[in-house]
Design a protein. Structure first.
Length: 662
C-alpha cells in the first residue's frame, strides 16, 4: 500500500506507536521536526493526515484516523500492529513461564521473535523514530535472551546457541548474553568454545572500555574451568512423562543462569535436591522458596576502612556491638534490630558506625553493606538518595542480576526482604533524613541488623534504639590530637594543646581537620596556631588554613537548612558570651519569644543548638566561629549591627535600675 513520503509515513508511525491515544498537533510537530519545525508545520501535518485517510480508506467503514481535540488518533480497533502482537505474545510467554509451562513459553517467545523482519521503522526519518528504533531493538534482544534461557531450562541448549550468537554479533559488549551463550555451549558439550566466548569478551572490554569482565562472566568462567556439576542443565524430557520444570522466566529474568547453589542449607520445608541434571519432584506451589531468594548469595564487603586512630567511646562501642550480635539485647528472630546514632555535625557518627561495623564483622558473615543516604547522595542536586534506587543497588550487591531487579519500589522492597531473611547481614545507612527511608529499605528478619546515622532522631521504625553521640571528653580529645600531631609535640606545649582542644569543643571532625593542618606544618608552634584560630585581625577573604579546615564541614550543613534557620545561627553567633537566654536570643533575631523558641527548638532537633540549664541556648565553638564569620557576608553588616543593637537594648532593659526598680 503506498503511504507517501517518509514524513507522511512518520505521522502514521507516531499514531500507531501510541496505540489509540490522541496526539496533539504540537506533539506531532515535535515528533517529526523536533525544535526545527518549518513555518506552517501544522498545515503540513493536516495535509499528511488527509492523504493517509485516503490511502487507508479501505480499512473500515469509518475514517481510520480520527480527529480528537485538535489532534489525531488511530483507534486500536482499526488494526493490529506487529509491535502490539509482539508485546501480547511476550506477556503470554511470561505468563506461561510463571505458571510452570516452559514448553508454551518457548513457543510463544519464538512466535514473538518471528514477527521481527529487518530494522524497525526502516525508512521513517524523524527525530523520535531513532529513539524508538533503539528502544525496540533492546526489547527484541531481551526477548532473545528470555527465549534462550527458556530453551536452556527445558534441556535444548543447542537451539539456544545460534540465537545468542547472533545477539553477540550485534551487541558484543552485552555481558548477560555472553553468560547465556557460555552456558548453552557448555551444556552442548562445547566447553572450549564456551571459554573462548569469555576470552573474547575479556579482550574486547579491555580494549574498548579498559574494564574487566563483570562478576557473572567471571563466575561462569571459573565454574566451567572447575567442571562444576551444578552447571549441568535439565535433559530434554520425554513428551509422555515430562516432569515440572522450574519457570524459564525465573531463570532468564531473575537469577544469573550460572549462579552457584545456595550458600545456606534449605529449610525443613524444602524438598531434597536430586542429583545434578535431574528434575525435582512436583511439589505444591507454596512448598519451596523462590529460586531467586536462594541464589542471591554474594557476600558484599562495603564498609569503608576503619580509622587507624579511632579514639574514645569504648563503652559505647561495646554496648552497640553486644546489642547487634546474635542473641544480643537488640536482636530477635521476629524483627530487624535497628540502632540509630544522632548528634551534632562533626561529632563522628559515621566513623563510629563504621568502627562498630568492623568490630562485629565476624558476626555478620553474609556481608556488610554501606549506603550513603544523605543530601547529595541522590541525583547530584543536593537531594537525598531515593529508597527505590537504593534498593536496586542493595539487590545487585547481594547477587540479584540487573534484569531481575523489579521496576517498582514496592516490588524491590518485597524482593529485598525475601533474599535477606535469615542471612547474617549488617546494613549501615548513613545520613538518613526521613524515617520512611529506613522503613523502605529494612531487610527481612531472622539475621540482618541495621545501623543508622542521622542528624536528628527519627521517629521510626518504632523499635529502633537511638543514642545521641556526645563530643569527646577533654582527655580523649587531647589523645586524638596527639595521635595526629605526635605525643612529643603535645607534651612540649600541653597548655596550648588544651586550648586548641577547647576550640574544637571535642568534635572529632574538627580535631582531625586541625590535626591534619598542624601535621603539615611541623615548624609552627601550637600556641601560634591557637592565636590564629582565635584572632579576628585577618581579612575575611584571607583566612588562615586552620580556620578553613574547621569551616569546611559546616558549608554542607548550612546548605541543608531553611533560610530562616541559617539566618538564626549567623545572628546568634554574633554576641559575646557562652550562651543566651530565650529573651536575648529573641531580641537578637528580632522575633517574638514564641517564634524564637520554635526556631531554636528546630535547631536543637538537629543538634546545632544545645539547650542547657534554665533554658539557655549555646552554640558549640566551631559552629559559632563559622556562623559568626559568615554573618557579615551573608546577612550584611547593617543587619549584624542591628542584631547586636537589639541584643544590647534587651540587656539594658533587663538590668535592674537604681532604687530597686527594674
Amino acid at each position: 500500500m503506498p503511504l507517501g513520503s517518509p514524513q507522511q509515513r512518520a505521522v502514521l508511525t507516531a499514531l500507531l506507536l501510541h496505540e489509540g491515544a490522541a496526539l496533539t498537533m504540537d506533539r506531532l510537530v515535535a515528533a517529526l521536526w523536533g525544535d526545527l519545525a518549518p513555518p506552517g508545520a501544522g498545515a503540513t501535518i493536516r495535509t499528511y493526515v488527509s492523504r493517509l485517510r485516503r490511502a487507508l480508506a479501505g480499512c473500515g467503514p469509518a475514517p481510520v484516523i480520527t480527529s480528537v481535540g485538535g489532534g489525531y488518533a488511530l483507534p486500536a480497533a482499526s488494526g493490529t500492529s506487529d509491535l502490539a502482537e509482539f508485546e501480547r505474545l511476550l506477556r503470554a510467554a511470561r505468563d506461561a513461564g510463571s505458571a510452570g509451562d516452559p514448553a508454551t513459553e518457548v513457543e510463544r517467545l519464538g512466535a514473538a521473535l518471528a514477527l521481527w523482519k529487518g530494522t524497525p521503522l526502516a525508512g521513517v526519518r524523524a527525530e523520535y523514530a531513532e529513539h524508538e528504533r533503539i528502544r525496540l531493538g533492546q526489547r527484541r534482544l531481551t526477548a532473545v535472551e528470555e527465549c534462550a534461557a527458556a530453551l536452556l531450562a527445558v534441556g535444548r541448549p543447542a537451539e539456544a546457541v545460534p540465537l545468542l550468537a547472533s545477539v553477540v554479533v550485534e551487541e558484543p559488549l552485552r555481558e548477560q548474553t555472553r553468560v547465556l551463550l557460555m552456558l548453552a555451549l557448555y551444556r552442548s558439550g562445547r566447553q572450549a568454545e564456551a571459554l573462548g566466548v569469555y576470552q573474547e569478551a575479556r579482550q574486547l572490554l579491555a580494549d574498548e572500555l579498559g574494564l574487566e569482565p563483570g562478576p557473572q562472566l567471571r563466575r561462569t568462567q571459573r565454574r566451567i574451568l572447575a567442571s562444576d556439576p551444578t552447571l549441568e542443565g535439565p535433559h530434554r524430557p520425554h513428551p509422555a512423562a515430562a516432569p515440572r520444570t522450574p519457570s524459564p522466566s525465573d531463570r532468564a529474568r531473575r537469577p544469573d543462569p550460572a549462579d552457584p547453589a545456595p550458600a545456606h542449607p534449605p529449610t525443613a520445608a524444602a524438598p531434597a535436591a536430586g542429583p545434578p541434571g535431574t528434575h525435582p519432584p512436583a511439589t505444591p506451589a507454596a512448598a519451596p522458596a523462590p529460586p531467586l531468594a536462594a541464589r542471591a548469595t554474594l557476600r558484599p564487603r562495603q564498609l569503608p576502612p576503619d580509622l587507624r586512630q579511632f579514639t574514645g567511646r569504648s563503652a559505647l562501642v561495646r554496648e552497640m556491638a553486644e546489642a547487634l550480635r546474635p542473641g544480643g539485647s537488640a536482636t530477635s528472630a521476629a524483627f530487624v534490630p535497628v540502632l540509630g546514632l544522632t548528634g551534632p555535625p562533626g561529632v563522628g557518627k559515621t566513623a563510629l558506625a563504621v568502627h562498630v561495623g568492623h568490630t562485629v564483622v565476624a558476626d555478620f558473615p553474609d556481608g556488610q553493606l554501606f549506603v550513603d543516604m544523605g543530601p547529595g547522595a541522590g541525583d547530584g542536586t543536593g537531594a537525598p538518595a531515593v529508597p527505590a534506587e537504593v534498593l536496586g543497588c542493595l539487590l545487585r550487591a547481594v547477587g540479584v542480576p540487573d534484569e531481575a531487579v523489579p521496576a517498582s519500589g514496592a516490588e524491590r522492597a518485597a524482593l529485598w526482604r525475601s533474599v535477606t531473611t535469615g542471612r547474617r547481614l549488617l546494613l549501615v545507612l548513613d545520613g538518613v533524613t526521613a524515617a520512611g527511608h529506613v522503613q523502605d529499605v529494612l531487610p527481612g528478619p531472622g539475621g540482618p541488623a541495621v545501623l543508622v546515622t542521622a542528624c536528628r532522631r527519627l521517629f521510626g521504625p518504632a523499635h529502633a534504639r537511638w543514642t545521641t553521640v556526645d563530643v569527646l571528653s577533654a582527655d580523649d580529645a587531647l589523645a586524638l590530637l596527639a595521635t595526629l600531631v605526635g605525643t612529643e609535640r603535645i607534651a612540649a606545649e600541653l597548655r596550648a594543646a588544651r586550648g586548641l582542644v577547647d576550640l574544637t569543643a571535642g568534635l572529632p571532625h574538627a580535631l582531625h581537620a586541625l590535626g591534619a593542618r598542624l601535621a603539615s606544618q611541623p615548624w609552627r608552634s601550637l600556641a601560634t596556631a591557637r592565636e590564629r584560630l582565635t584572632g579576628r585581625a585577618h581579612a575575611a577573604d584571607v583566612e588562615p588554613g586552620e580556620c578553613v579546615a574547621l569551616a569546611d564541614r559546616y558549608d554542607s550543613v548550612f546548605r541543608t537548612l531553611l533560610p530562616v534557620q541559617a539566618r538564626a545561627l549567623r545572628l546568634l553567633a554574633l554576641p559575646d558570651g557562652p550562651d543566651l537566654s530565650l529573651g536575648a536570643a529573641a531580641a537578637a533575631l528580632g522575633l517574638p519569644p514564641a517564634e524564637a523558641e520554635a526556631l531554636l527548638e528546630s535547631l536543637a532537633d538537629v543538634h546545632l543548638v544545645e539547650v542547657g540549664d534554665g533554658g539557655r541556648y549555646r552554640l558549640l565553638h566551631p559552629l559559632r566561629a563559622y556562623a559568626g564569620s559568615r554573618a557579615p557576608h551573608d546577612e550584611g553588616r547593617a543587619a549584624c549591627a542591628a542584631a547586636l543593637a537589639r541584643f544590647g537594648a534587651f540587656h539594658v532593659a533587663e538590668r535592674p535600675r537604681p532604687g530597686g526598680r527594674s
